[in-house]
Design a protein around this ligand. Structure first.
Ligand code: F6R
Length: 361
């Protein structure tokens, strides 16, 4: 049941310290110099030269972060919306590892992309939450995110577990693929990942997102911006927000704002800036372009970070490794979406027109 929580979504947001603890358990070496994904038969990686991610919705946003983690270690990677894979992938061979990222393991578009990959002779490895799902049965290998069952239609704890699993997978590939190079900051990254449950706990217990929600009703639209990995967090923040509030929300690469979307910015369109990581300063520059047009700036980032002074309202995250800062920023945006939807009295756990698992193409 929901226990003391009003909705499964809020319960699931609050359960992330536990779910993320399960995701990493036993997978990080004691000396923080490597990972072990013990259930994975690494034979599937033999001869792999590049990686294609295929996914939909929230899982697509997790895949974008996974791709960034792989490109950081020198692995050629592309990310496809699963529904576009068959038409746009071009030649795929046994040197391509195709990774369907799917919480349910039952999404029709993602299964179709997986079948395309299998038919074209690629190696396949699904990253999923559900043992025994169709994706797990049809892929050559499976890597489980171990988030536990998710009841709310809006994916929350499964997104963060996907991101952490893909981050670990990237470090495994960095060690196993010829030509890939382990990250210089691997010990710092793995140390930060082990502390993520504690940091998520800090965010969920101290978040000011509910005060923010009551102030921000009745606007025309909500824009979410970020750069690099924080762009993926912005896209996911906007998706979660539109799904459960039914308000118009869009995510953009911060640098693209001035190439079109800025025409929509007015005092009635708050801009949510994900001010995490090295690119935060540049995202601030873009947020100022919106502020000049009267938009309220809602920032998310570490205390004292470059976004703080640029924001009308600032939601803080612990000052940890940039990858983990992005995960924590996502948790703040989960809470922002949740509390806004609650103020608007929406059907949070079962938003209109949406299903937990989309089994039609
Ligand atoms: C968003 C959401 C959907 C799913 C998408 C893929 O909150 O839940 O966008 O992420 O339908 O579902 P899976 O991951 O089961 O393939």
């Amino acid at each position: 049941g929901k226990g003391t929580f009003d909705h499964f979504m809020l319960k699931e947001i609050h359960s992330q310290p536990a779910s993320l603890g399960k995701t990493t358990r036993g997978r990080i070496a004691d000396d923080k110099r490597g990972v072990r994904l013990e259930e994975l038969d690494t034979g599937v990686l033999d001869g792999v030269a590049d990686v294609h991610f295929v996914a939909c919705g929230t899982s697509y946003h997790a895949a974008l972060i996974g791709a960034r983690m792989l490109s950081d270690v020198g692995v050629r990677t592309r990310v496809f919306r699963a529904s576009e894979y068959a038409k746009t992938a071009g030649p795929v061979s046994e040197t391509t590892l195709v990774v369907p990222v799917t919480q349910s393991g039952e999404t029709a578009d993602t299964l179709s992309a997986l079948r395309t990959a299998n038919e074209r002779g690629a190696a396949t490895m699904t990253v999923t939450n559900v043992v025994g799902s169709t994706a797990a049965r049809e892929a050559d290998e499976s890597l489980f995110i171990r988030a536990g069952p998710e009841i709310g239609v809006a994916a929350t704890k499964t997104f963060t577990s996907q991101v952490v699993t893909l981050t670990l997978l990237a470090q495994q590939l960095a060690a196993d693929l010829p030509g890939a190079t382990p990250r210089d900051d691997l010990p710092e990254l793995l140390t930060a990942l082990e502390r993520i449950p504690e940091h998520v706990e800090q965010v969920v217990t101290s978040s000011r997102a509910s005060d923010l929600a009551t102030r921000l009703l009745e606007y025309d639209a909500y824009f979410f911006i970020g750069r690099g990995m924080s762009q993926s967090v912005a896209l996911e923040g906007a998706l979660k927000f539109k799904e459960i509030t039914y308000e118009h929300a869009e995510g953009f690469a911060a640098g693209q704002l001035k190439h079109g979307p800025l025409a929509l910015v007015t005092p009635e369109t708050p801009v949510v800036g994900v001010f995490t990581g090295e690119e935060a300063g540049q995202t601030v520059t873009n947020a100022m372009e919106a502020r000049t047009r009267g938009a309220e700036i809602i920032g998310v980032g570490p205390a004292g970070g470059p976004g703080e002074a640029a924001s009308d309202i600032y939601l803080t995250v612990p000052d940890t490794h940039p990858v983990c800062q992005n995960l924590l920023a996502n948790v703040q945006l989960q809470l922002f979406a949740y509390h806004t939807a609650k103020e608007l009295d929406r059907s949070i756990d079962k938003p209109r027109n949406l299903a937990k698992s989309v089994t039609v193409q």
